[in-house]
Design a protein around this ligand. Structure first.
Ligand code: PLP
Length: 495
C-alpha cells in the first residue's frame, strides 16, 4: 500500500510521495503531509549498528513508498558519498555536558546539505516516474544556507534550472560569496532588497500564481521548491535523529529505551519538525527544545499560544534563523488540530490577513513536547566563548543559540536528561562573529584573514567549501526589488 500525501489546507488529496516532491507546495498554498507518520519497522537496537546510508534507507522507504528499493538506494548512495568529509556523515561530539550532532560535514558546510544532497536525486527520479518532460525550475528563497546547498545539488543537473533569492544585507560574507561564485549554466542568484520573509512570501506567491503557471507550462517549464516546505527536504532530515540515537546506543552513552531531549536552533521550523517526526516514528525522544534568536516569534508562540508576526524583523549574527514566518509550523498546527484542514486553513488565512492567529487549549496540549527558548546575541556569543574556553570546542553562531537555550533550560529546570544539540553550521561559515565572540576586540577587514585566525585558535582544518571561494570569480550580480520577483524570473527563463 502506498503512503499518500495531502495538503494541510485540504485542497489536494491522494498525492503520491513522488508527486508531492515534484510539486513542492500544494496548489492551495498548503504543505504536503503524509496521511500518517509511519512507525519504524526495526528496533533502535537493530538500527544502532547501521551506517548512515543504511539508516537513511530504513527511514525513507517508509515515507517514499512509490520509490523502488533500487531507486531509493541509488539516490542515497549518490547523496551521502565523498562530498562529506567524514564517512560517519553526521558525527556526534560530546562536549560541555551535551552531544553535538554535527550536520555540517557536507559540501556547503551547513545542515541544509543533509537534505539537499539527496533532493535533486529524489526529484529527477520522481520526474522520470511521473513522465514529466518539462524542465523543472527550482525556485528558492534562502536565509543564507539553503540557496548554496540547493545550487550545489542542482548545478548542471539535466532537466533542471535553479533560481535563488537571498536577502541582500541579511547573510554572512561567506554565505554570500558561496552563492555569487556558484558555477553551473542552469543556476541564477538574485539579491533582493528585502528580508527572508519577503523572499519566501514572494516565492510562495509565484507558486500559486495560476496565470504565470500556465505561461510557464506553455514554454515547457514547471516550478518546484527546494525549501523545507518540500516534503522531500523534511524526510531526509528525519534520518539523522534516528541515526544520532543509534550512535548513542551503540557507544553505550545511553541505555536501550532511555529518553533523550533534542535542542534545535530554529528558523523555518523544518529541522525541529523532522525531530518530531522521528519521535512519532518511535525514537525515544522526550522534549524538543525550540531555540530562537532575537526574532523569537516561536518562543512567544509556545509560551502564549498566539503566533504574531507583527513585530520588527531583526538582523542578527545567526542570519539563517532571522525569520518571522516559520513555514513548517503549519505542519505542526495541522497535526495538533487532529489533521483538520479547515482549522489549519483558517489559521493560515488569519496569519496572511491580520498577521496573527491563536490556537486552542487542546492544540496547545498536543504540542506539549515542545519547549520554547531564546537567546539574544550577547548570550549567543557568551556561550560560544565559554564552551571554547572550557573545552576547546568551537561552534557557530546558530549552534551557539541552541547551546545557550539548552544550558539555560537545564539550569532552570534541573533536568539532567541527556540531550542532543543539532549543530547546524561550521563555525567557518560565520568566522567573523565567532572570532568576535571568542577574541573580542577588532578583527582584520579581510574575511580570509579572520578565517585564518579561526584556523589558528580552533585547530580545525579550513573546509574545502571555504578554500574554494577564496579566489573564485564572482558570477552573479543580479539584484531586484521585492515587487519585481516575477519579472526577474521571467527574464531569467527568457519568457
Ligand atoms: C536553516 C538554518 C537553521 C534553521 O533551520 P530551520 O529548519 O529553518 O528551522 C539553523 N541554522 C542554520 C545554520 C541554518 O542554515
Amino acid at each position: 500500500m502506498n503512503l499518500l500525501y495531502q495538503s494541510t489546507r485540504g485542497g489536494e488529496k491522494d498525492v503520491t510521495a513522488s508527486q508531492a516532491i515534484l510539486k513542492g507546495l500544494a496548489c492551495d498554498g498548503g504543505l504536503f503531509m503524509p496521511t500518517q507518520i509511519p512507525k519504524l519497522d526495526l528496533t533502535m537496537k537493530e538500527l544502532a549498528g547501521r551506517s548512515y546510508q543504511e539508516t537513511a534507507y530504513e527511514v525513507m522507504k517508509l515515507f517514499l513508498t512509490d520509490f523502488t528499493e533500487e531507486e531509493l538506494k541509488r539516490c542515497i548512495a549518490c547523496a551521502y558519498d565523498q562530498k562529506f568529509d567524514t564517512q560517519v556523515i553526521a558525527p556526534l561530539v560530546k562536549a560541555d555536558g551535551a552531544y553535538y550532532l554535527e550536520l555540517f560535514h557536507g559540501s556547503t558546510i551547513a545542515f541544509k546539505d543533509m537534505a539537499l544532497s539527496i533532493l535533486p536525486h529524489l526529484m529527477t527520479t520522481a520526474a522520470r516516474k511521473n513522465h514529466v518532460d518539462q524542465e523543472i525550475v527550482i525556485l528558492t528563497a534562502t536565509s543564507g544556507d539553503t540557496g548554496k546547498a540547493a545550487m550545489a545539488g542542482f548545478a548542471d543537473v539535466p532537466g533542471t534550472r535553479i533560481i535563488v533569492f537571498y536577502p541582500k544585507d541579511g547573510v554572512s560574507r561567506v554565505q554570500e560569496l558561496q552563492m555569487v561564485t556558484q558555477k553551473g549554466d542552469n543556476t541564477a542568484v538574485v539579491a533582493i532588497h528585502g528580508n527572508f520573509d519577503d523572499a519566501q512570501t514572494g516565492v510562495k506567491k509565484l507558486f500559486s500564481d495560476k496565470g504565470f503557471g500556465r505561461e510557464l507550462a506553455d514554454k515547457g517549464f514547471v516550478f518546484s521548491s527546494a525549501n523545507s516546505i518540500n516534503i522531500g527536504r523534511l524526510i531526509p532530515q528525519v534520518v539523522y535523529y534516528v541515526y544520532a540515537y543509534g550512535q548513542l546506543l551503540n557507544s553505550g552513552e545511553i541505555a536501550d529505551g532511555e529518553k533523550i531531549h533534542v535542542t534545535v536552533p530554529t528558523g523555518n521550523f523544518g529541522n525541529i519538525l523532522a525531530a518530531y517526526f522521528a519521535k512519532q516514528m518511535g525514537v525515544p525522544i522526550d522534549k524538543l527544545l525550540c531555540a530562537s534568536n532575537d526574532n523569537k516569534v516561536l518562543y512567544d508562540f509556545f509560551v502564549t499560544g498566539t503566533y504574531d508576526k507583527k513585530r520588527e524583523f531583526l538582523l542578527t549574527i545567526s542570519p539563517s534563523m532571522d525569520i518571522l514566518i516559520s513555514s513548517n509550523l503549519e505542519r505542526l498546527i495541522y497535526l495538533s488540530a487532529g489533521c483538520s484542514c479547515e482549522k489549519t486553513a483558517q489559521m493560515m488565512a488569519s496569519l496572511a490577513e491580520s498577521g496573527a492567529y491563536t490556537i486552542s487549549e487542546d492544540m496547545r496540549q498536543q504540542m506539549a513536547d515542545f519547549v520554547g527558548g531564546f537567546a539574544d546575541q550577547q548570550q549567543d556569543k557568551d556561550s560560544i566563548r565559554r564552551v571554547y574556553e572550557d573545552t576547546g570546542y568551537v561552534m557557530d553562531t546558530h549552534t551557539g543559540v541552541a547551546c545557550a537555550v539548552y544550558q539555560n533550560y537545564r539550569a532552570k529546570s534541573g533536568d539532567e536528561t541527556k540531550t542532543v544539540i543539532a549543530s547546524t553550521a561550521s563555525p567557518y561559515k560565520f568566522s567573523r562573529s565567532v572570532m568576535e565572540a571568542i577574541e573580542g576586540g577588532s578583527l582584520p577587514e579581510d574575511e580570509f584573514q579572520v578565517i585564518d585566525q579561526l584556523r589558528e585558535i580552533s585547530g580545525v582544518e579550513i573546509p574545502r567549501a571555504v578554500e574554494e571561494i577564496r579566489f573564485a570569480p564572482i558570477r552573479h550580480t543580479r539584484t531586484c526589488r521585492i515587487d519585481d520577483m516575477k519579472k526577474t524570473v521571467a527574464e531569467i527563463l527568457g519568457l
